[in-house]
Design a protein around this ligand. Structure first.
Ligand SMILES: Cc1cc2nc3c(=O)[nH]c(=O)nc-3n(C[C@H](O)[C@H](O)[C@H](O)COP(=O)(O)O)c2cc1C
Length: 225
């Protein structure tokens, strides 16, 4: 009698399967842990270079509140990136570090101010360095706009345009506005407003959940008799 075969899609936390983004993108195994349980890794990229930035504070808070649902990694190399020069070979260390950090995560969460009607030039510069390497191709991404109601809309629009150009997978369920006033940032550099903090965490968890689903292949389980 033939052995019955059952096809299942594993749930994320059952620990029975080893699933990583690398299975989809041939990258070096983001989110992979020894026990075979996958915890999504999210790179947090702030578009602000300002020391007391509200955008950076929002992402610092996401990292502080990450818990066990995802691993948060803050990107801190924006000021180290030189202006993009097509065809640079070899690429500068800061650019290689950017490629490596993007390869090591399952998703990216952006938080950026608007400067002169679009995303800051420094963030656009970062995104230009990713084009040749396809770092963001098919990578789940989301953004949170922390500006006041009615502000920052052009930053959102231009970020969406560039993310579309680089082939990122925009996770709409994790995108939105969560206003973070300067006065809502505490002396510890974290967002003190409880509601904003809860919503920031929810956005990151939605992105992590999507990234986890995106890397779960259907698995064939052979039942022994
Ligand atoms: C040079 C400059 C240009 C700006 N241009 C815009 C703009 O076009 N639209 C907008 O909504 N805010 C604009 N702002 C306001 C910033 O987006 C706002 O101060 C934001 O909170 C800065 O983010 P951060 O706190 O993370 O540094 C501008 C600020 C600066 C310094």
């Amino acid at each position: 009698m033939p052995t019955p075969v059952v096809t299942t899609t594993p749930t994320r936390w059952d620990g029975a399967f080893e699933t990583t983004a690398s299975s989809r993108r041939n990258t070096p195994g983001p989110g992979q842990v020894a026990a075979g349980v996958t915890t999504p890794r999210i790179l947090l990229i702030s578009g602000s270079t300002r020391e007391a930035s509200t955008n950076t504070a929002a992402l610092r808070t996401v990292a502080a509140d990450a818990g066990s649902d995802f691993v948060a990694v803050r990107y801190q190399g924006l000021l180290d990136l030189p202006a993009f020069v097509p065809g640079t070979d070899p690429e500068p260390p800061a650019v290689l570090a950017l490629h490596r950090q993007l390869a090591e995560v399952d998703a990216v969460l952006f938080c950026t101010p608007e400067y002169a009607g679009m995303i800051p030039g420094s963030l656009k510069n970062l995104l230009e360095w990713t084009v040749g390497n396809a770092d963001l191709s098919d990578k789940p991404v989301a953004y949170v706009n922390v500006a006041y109601e009615g502000r920052g809309e052009a930053a959102v629009a231009t970020l969406r345009t560039v993310l579309g150009y680089v082939g990122a997978e925009l996770v709409e369920a994790a995108c939105g506005r969560i206003t973070v006033l300067q006065s809502a940032v505490g002396p510890d550099g974290l967002v003190a407003d409880v509601d904003a903090r809860t919503r920031l965490n929810a956005a990151a968890r939605a992105l992590a959940a999507h990234a986890a689903r995106a890397v779960e292949p259907a698995t064939t389980v052979r039942l022994e008799n």
